[in-house]
Ligand binder design. Structure first.
Ligand SMILES: *Cc1c(COP(=O)(O)O)cnc(C)c1O
Length: 401
């Protein structure tokens, strides 16, 4: 009998009890709107901003309605106007080109390497095409940020970081989200903090953050933000910046604050699971692991490997066989978008020329979620199943050829 895994790849941990208590407090007093405060009270949302600013080392932080909203707000605050081109990753998730489209921008895709990061040679070649790079640290893989920033500084490109998969991660000791003008994070259920929906923005730039706060729908109540630039910064900006409502509320902030206090510890748990899977898959013929650079302080909430240059049929066979044993894998090479996964050529509102080298890599990317509801033993079992099924299909291919 072959082993079967029965865990749920989409099942996250429950909200911690102190988060539930804090949420109940907010519901009991009824002041859910972030600007609805009792005399002398600092809203949960403002406190979350202070704490997340401290966590990342940023001067300013803004909590918003979603990660996608955070990115679009960062783009707007950085001055992207309708018709402007925005460089971004070809390998990412749909909300990234979606955020560019939300501000009327035109995505210009940059290729992916076998290390699953943005191709810096390709970025250099396209650097003259746009003034802004929306850099997605897709699936938590961080490129050589020192080189990326040098390329962008030389070309006069403003960098905005999509840190939906790198909350708590770093490059050479600098927190992810702290290299660019803005770092954008998501607190949607499948990310590192869970408030159902939600987003966070950090920046050291007073003017850009003042614009972001106005954009998020602060009305003239920006002085109730405690991780914000001083009121003088808003003097002119408040007349010039539209209100595009996308605030966070106190209920979500109350759920998030206790989780943020545990984030470092949680990151350790994610990485322990990652390392078990990695060790279990190492040396599997035909399967390429993604080696993590020394400088990358990553946080794994998912696992990727490559079935490089395999035929589509063989990749599909592996995914089907693992699925039959309870291991849910996703494939970035599929021609048709499915579930949360889609490819740059599916985003037809932003058409792009074919990218043969990127297509070759996407065709081999297999992806798996790694929720903290999985034990280390679960991870061991998952790795055994993948290893066995990759082996089986690999052997069958070798015999057929
Ligand atoms: C989830 C995600 C986002 C957007 O976050 P939402 O909160 O769902 O809007 C952006 N980029 C990437 C890579 C993501 O995975």
């Amino acid at each position: 009998m072959s082993e079967i895994f029965t865990g749920q790849f989409t099942q996250q941990e429950p909200i911690p009890e102190d988060g539930i208590e804090a949420a109940l407090d907010v519901m009991r007093h009824g002041r859910l709107h972030r600007y609805n405060t009792a005399p002398g009270e600092v809203a949960e949302t403002a406190l979350l901003e202070e704490e997340f600013a401290a966590f990342t080392g940023a001067r300013y932080c803004l909590a918003v309605a979603s990660g996608g909203y955070a990115i679009a707000t960062a783009l707007r605050a950085a001055g992207v106007r309708p018709g402007d081109k925005v460089l971004t990753n070809a390998f990412t998730l749909a909300p990234v080109p979606g955020a560019v489209a939300a501000v009327g921008g035109v995505p210009v895709y940059v290729g992916v390497t076998e290390g699953l990061v943005i191709d810096l040679k390709d970025l250099e070649a396209r650097a003259s095409e746009a003034r802004v790079l929306l850099l997605s640290h897709m699936r938590g893989h961080i490129c050589d940020m020192d080189r990326l920033m040098a390329i962008c500084q030389k070309a006069g490109i403003t960098v905005i970081e999509d840190c939906a998969h790198t909350m708590g991660a770093s490059w050479n000791g600098i927190p992810s989200g702290r290299h660019g003008l803005f770092g954008c994070y998501s607190t949607q259920t499948y990310k590192h903090l869970n408030s159902g929906e939600g987003g966070l923005l950090v920046s050291d730039d007073a003017e850009a953050m003042a614009r972001a706060i106005m954009l998020s729908g602060s009305y003239m109540l920006y002085d109730r933000h405690s991780a914000a630039p001083p009121p003088e910064t808003f003097a002119q900006i408040r007349y010039e910046t539209p209100n595009i409502s996308g605030r966070m509320d106190n209920l979500r902030a109350a759920i998030l604050r206790p989780q943020l206090r545990r984030l470092k510890e949680q990151c350790g748990k994610w990485n322990a699971r990652y390392r078990v899977i990695e060790a279990g898959l190492r040396g599997t013929p035909g399967l390429t692991l993604i080696e993590r650079p020394e400088a990358e302080g990553f946080v794994a909430s998912s696992f990727q490997f490559l079935l490089a240059d395999w035929s589509s049929e063989a990749v599909r066979e592996v995914i089907g066989r693992c699925g039959a044993r309870g291991v849910e894998l996703k494939w970035f090479g599929a021609a048709e978008p499915a579930g949360f996964t889609s490819r740059y050529d599916s985003w037809r509102y932003a058409p792009a020329p074919r990218m043969p080298e990127t297509d070759r890599i996407l065709a081999g990317i297999v992806d798996m979620r790694l929720p903290l509801t999985f034990s280390l033993d679960d991870c061991d079992l998952i790795a055994r199943i993948i290893r066995a099924e990759v082996n089986a299909v690999w052997q069958a291919q070798a015999e057929a050829s």
